[in-house]
Design a binder for this molecule. Structure first.
Ligand SMILES: [Zn+2]
Length: 387
């Protein structure tokens, strides 16, 4: 076995350096400026650093339609989420084809991030995108709400990054796909499992990760720290809790903690595919899909995100998904288990919902040790009290 081949065959690198960068910066200063949303900033970063390989820019109409309709780019490659740059009609009207646009930050004095060479402008059907991608048109769904609120026209074309988005948080955990691949190679890992999370890791997830670690060389624990829901545990607190957990319960030479710079879309099954393709670009050979992956509310069936992968051939995915059932501590088994391995009923199972845990922590109440490691609980309670 060897590390996965990037999606589409080659790791994309759209970060300009040296003279090329200087020249682009010079042109960008006089160019029309388009401020990016938080999602736009995250997308630009991930296109440029290769995490979204083979994408080299914001999608044109052919790719967009094909992705929305059949979860494939126009060339047939698996791709499940539209990656677009929607702007207001008035803004689009003012943009010429072939024009170079400066992509800038919405805050930070409108600092220049990159350039877009506009190849295409197209209108799209928001209701259709909501239904196909999110399986609902309800704006109570945060992903749908965002689509409904965004601009009516997509600007499409190749992008280049001039200035990486200035990161002030978790700097030492920010690694591009080229960097994680290098570390995997240095450590002699030939198989790596990726784990996506936007929550603290409790014992149920530790169990799943460790089950996977028994069959691969290493774990890429890659929490999402970009834009998430307001009721998620703050990223800084989560990072502190991961650190404590890894230090006390994981062999250091078998785990790499690294942030996943994507914005959360809560597209459930479709986002699970997106997450898997990105992890493939980071070098992962395996990817864990648990219950209700990237879901929100009750919009998706518990295991829909696992089932959707069956629509594709293993070779076109190029990464192996490891599906896990809901796990829990069983008092009779005296171990963490799932319904696949434990014959007992729920009366002997210690199971708490994310909301329940959050409420307990908010009351400075520690979940039972069968549920959470004490080191993790201590950090979360302290952090939520101070927050
Ligand atoms: Zn049991």
């Amino acid at each position: 076995m060897s590390l996965s081949i990037p999606h589409g065959g080659k790791l994309v690198d759209r970060v300009l350096q040296g003279d090329e960068r200087e020249a682009a910066l010079y042109r960008a200063r006089d160019a029309k400026k388009i401020p990016l949303s938080e999602v736009g900033v995250a997308d630009l970063e991930m296109i440029a650093n290769g995490a979204m390989s083979p994408l080299t820019g914001f999608m044109g109409k052919a790719d967009y339609e094909s992705v929305v309709q059949q979860m494939r780019l126009a060339n047939g490659l698996v791709w499940s989420l539209p990656i677009t740059l929607p702007v207001a009609k008035e803004v689009a009207a003012d943009v010429r084809l072939d024009e170079e646009i400066a992509l800038v930050e919405n805050s930070n004095g409108g600092a220049i991030l990159g350039i877009l060479k506009v190849a295409e402008k197209f209108e799209y059907d928001k209701t259709r995108e909501a239904l196909e991608v999110y399986r609902t048109t309800e704006t109570a769904h945060p992903g749908v709400a965002r689509v409904m609120n965004q601009g009516e026209v997509c600007l499409a074309g190749e992008v280049w990054v001039i200035n990486r988005h200035p990161e002030t948080t978790f700097v030492e955990y920010r690694r591009d796909p080229a960097a994680t691949r290098k570390i995997f190679a240095e450590r002699g890992w030939n198989s790596v499992v990726g784990f996506q999370t936007r929550n603290p890791v409790h014992r149920a997830h530790e169990y799943i990760q460790k089950c996977a670690m028994e069959i691969v060389d290493g774990l890429l624990l890659q929490p999402l720290v970009g834009e998430t829901k307001k009721d998620d545990i703050p990223a800084a607190l989560r990072m502190e809790s991961y650190h404590a957990l890894l230090q006390n319960y994981y062999p250091a030479n078998r785990v790499l903690l690294s942030v996943f710079p994507a914005a959360m879309r809560y597209a459930g099954p479709r986002e699970a595919i997106f997450h898997a393709m990105c992890r493939k670009n980071y070098g992962c050979t395996h990817f864990i899909v648990g219950r209700d992956h990237a879901g929100v509310g009750k919009y998706y069936g518990t295991y829909d995100a696992q089932k959707i992968f069956a629509q594709f051939k293993p070779a076109e995915l190029g990464i192996t998904t490891l599906n896990f059932e809901n796990s829990f501590f069983c008092k009779k088994c005296g171990a963490v288990a799932t319904s696949k391995t434990c014959p007992h009923d729920s009366s002997s199972q210690v199971s708490l919902s994310g909301t329940q845990v959050r409420e307990m922590l908010g009351r400075s109440e520690a979940p039972p040790p069968e549920f959470s490691r004490a080191e993790v609980v201590e950090i979360l309670i302290k952090g939520l009290r101070n927050g």
